[in-house]
Design a protein around this ligand. Structure first.
Ligand code: RM4
Ligand code: MN
Ligand code: MN
Length: 430
């Protein structure tokens, strides 16, 4: 029996007051979609089957390198983070997995942690290694890089940490390791651009060889930050080349915020899938050089176009298609639970819009070079307000029709403010 943190009776009561209006909207949308030859219940079933993982670190308030402004009642350890992630899943019912980050989420008993999560109805998604920071008890510093560092002892330490993450992940029931390294340079001439990649590939191969048979290694690229001149795995090109060199179990992870401005991310998605290398996704949004704003808050159309490619891949899988979807955001000015609820809803909505694209019309327009009608096939789906589908799928699974309203009514954060230790000040993501 799942032990949800919030009162289910309260959620059900709030839903009862909103159910009639939702049904009305759902029926109206159903008639509209039926005229397009789409059965709304089938779309709802797909949305109900769709899920996205949440990052353990997203449960806390993030910050910038300038400052962090904590809120009362925010979680300070993995146990409290799991509790908050369980709140998100109870209300939204589409985030049943948590992606942990080590050493941030280190505990002494991982079997117990797995049970703790399972009691909340949560499982663990990809494990994330961290060789972009130094820890207090660490022998060698990552100041000059980690997997690509020129000091072999540093590389060995980074390899060992990644292997430890795999071992922890096995205990937690995970089957993927996400590797993002900040390795790179701040000055031209600081490092040899080719040799640093050689070192990365060599170290990454050692991690790769420790992967269990049914595991994947997800390589996450990022154009810049913390390195501001060159980053070793800076773009999807470097990422796919590395993944191809490592082997079949290595795939690329696309974080929406990690690209050069104006890059066509949906095309990257299509390319990676074409070569069987689209392994995972970190959803967020970005305006300038930032990489962690709430999903769909800045460029919802891009999110839709990305999902259009993902649905296309789902319908026509090439070399398999099994992407690990995750939210990766830094909640600097909002209650993290609210941001995760709102983002998961935006993601499910973008997926639903992609599902209702009239693909026959789209392909026909493409075949006949009818530019305007090809565009309209996408536009029509994008313009459709699919929120009744998402809300209904959620409510039928036991979630809240109005996730934010129900969360606020629960008084969760105020209650936690009484119970939890205050977070220290400081800057950075956690
Ligand atoms: C990075 C990247 C990674 C995440 C860290 C915290 O920018 O997005 O996925 O592990 O931030
Ligand atoms: Mn990321
Ligand atoms: Mn990032």
């Amino acid at each position: 029996m799942t032990e949800y943190p919030l009162s289910q009776d309260q959620i059900d009561e709030l839903n009862a007051a909103e159910a009639e209006a939702l049904q009305d909207d759902y029926d109206s949308l159903g008639r509209q979609l039926a005229r397009r030859g789409i059965a709304i219940d089938e779309v709802k079933e797909k949305v109900a089957a769709f899920s996205v993982a949440v990052p353990s670190w997203g449960a806390g308030r993030g910050g910038t390198r300038f400052a962090k402004f904590p809120i009362a009642g925010e979680p300070t350890n993995i146990h409290e983070k799991l509790e908050d992630c369980a709140v998100v899943n109870q209300l939204g019912r589409n985030t049943p997995r948590v992606s942990p980050h080590f050493p941030w989420d280190k505990v002494s008993d991982y079997d117990a942690l797995r049970e703790e999560a399972a009691a909340f109805g949560l499982g663990f998604d990809a494990v994330n290694s961290n060789t972009f920071q130094d820890q207090a008890d660490q022998t060698h510093s990552y100041r000059n890089g980690s997997l690509a560092a020129n000091d072999p002892a540093v590389r060995a330490q980074a390899v060992e940490h990644n292997i430890e993450c795999i071992e922890i992940g096995q205990k937690l029931g995970s089957n993927a390791l996400t590797v993002w390294v900040g390795d790179g340079t701040n000055f031209p001439g600081q490092q040899d651009l080719a040799r640093s990649l050689d070192r990365y590939l060599d170290a990454a191969a050692q991690v790769y060889s420790a992967l269990p048979d049914d595991w994947r290694m997800l390589l996450e690229h990022k154009m810049f930050e913390p390195a501001f001149y060159s980053t070793v795995i800076s773009d999807w090109g470097s990422s796919i080349l590395a993944a191809q060199e490592l082997g079949d179990k290595a795939q690329c992870l696309v974080d929406l915020g990690h690209h050069a401005p104006n890059v066509n991310i949906e095309q990257i998605v299509a390319r990676l899938h074409r070569f069987g290398k689209l392994g995972g996704f970190h959803f967020n949004d970005s305006k300038y050089g930032d990489d962690d704003l709430d999903t769909g808050s800045i460029n919802p159309h891009q999110l839709f176009l990305v999902f259009n490619e993902l649905v296309e891949a789902e319908l026509h899988p090439r070399n398999g298609f099994n992407p690990a979807y995750m939210i990766d955001q830094s909640h600097n000015v909002t209650d993290p639970i609210e941001s995760m609820l709102s983002s998961a809803e935006a993601i499910a909505g973008a997926y639903a819009k992609a599902v209702i694209v009239d693909r026959e019309a789209l392909y026909a327009a493409q075949e006949s070079n009818d530019v305007m009608m090809g565009f309209q096939a996408l536009r029509r789906a994008y313009r459709t307000d699919v929120s009744p589908i998402v809300a209904k799928a959620r409510a039928e699974a036991g979630g809240a029709i109005d996730v934010l309203g129900a969360y606020r009514a629960s008084g969760w954060r105020d209650r936690k403010a009484q119970e939890r230790q205050p977070v220290g000040l400081g800057a950075g993501i956690v």
